[in-house]
Design a protein around this ligand. Structure first.
Ligand SMILES: [Zn+2]
Length: 121
């Protein structure tokens, strides 16, 4: 559906999924946090889509370590300010971005920062 045409970071996650109220309760013992899942649900509702229609996501710039026993752990990212990814849509797509509001893991240094998104074409 989309092709990565430029990537200045070189490391992204496709296995850890998105944060949600449920997973944040399990991982961090917190209730009702803002999450990527709630962001996806809110945006896709505007497109007439239900939560069950949300597909797997890619976590740009998120680093996930795998232990020998198969456990996964979100670790400090390897990206730097100004890193970017360029995607080319190969067909009409609905691409929903969530600038992860998670402040309980090291993916964004415990302090999410702004992102810039440019849509052209
Ligand atoms: Zn998130």
């Amino acid at each position: 559906m989309m092709t990565v045409t430029e990537d200045s970071c070189g490391y992204h996650d496709t296995l850890a999924g998105c944060c949600s109220c449920e997973i944040d309760r399990v991982r961090y013992g917190v209730e009702k946090t803002e999450s990527c899942r709630t962001n996806f649900i809110a945006e896709l509702a505007g497109w007439g889509m239900s939560p069950s229609e949300i597909v797997s996501n890619i976590n740009f710039f998120m680093s996930v370590a795998f232990a020998e026993d198969g456990a996964v752990k979100i670790v400090e990212g390897v990206s730097k300010p100004g890193d970017r990814v360029t995607l080319r849509a190969e067909m009409p797509v609905i691409a929903v971005l969530s600038n992860c509001p998670q402040e309980h893991n090291p993916a964004a240094g415990f302090a999410p920062t702004p992102i810039e998104v440019i849509v052209s074409g």
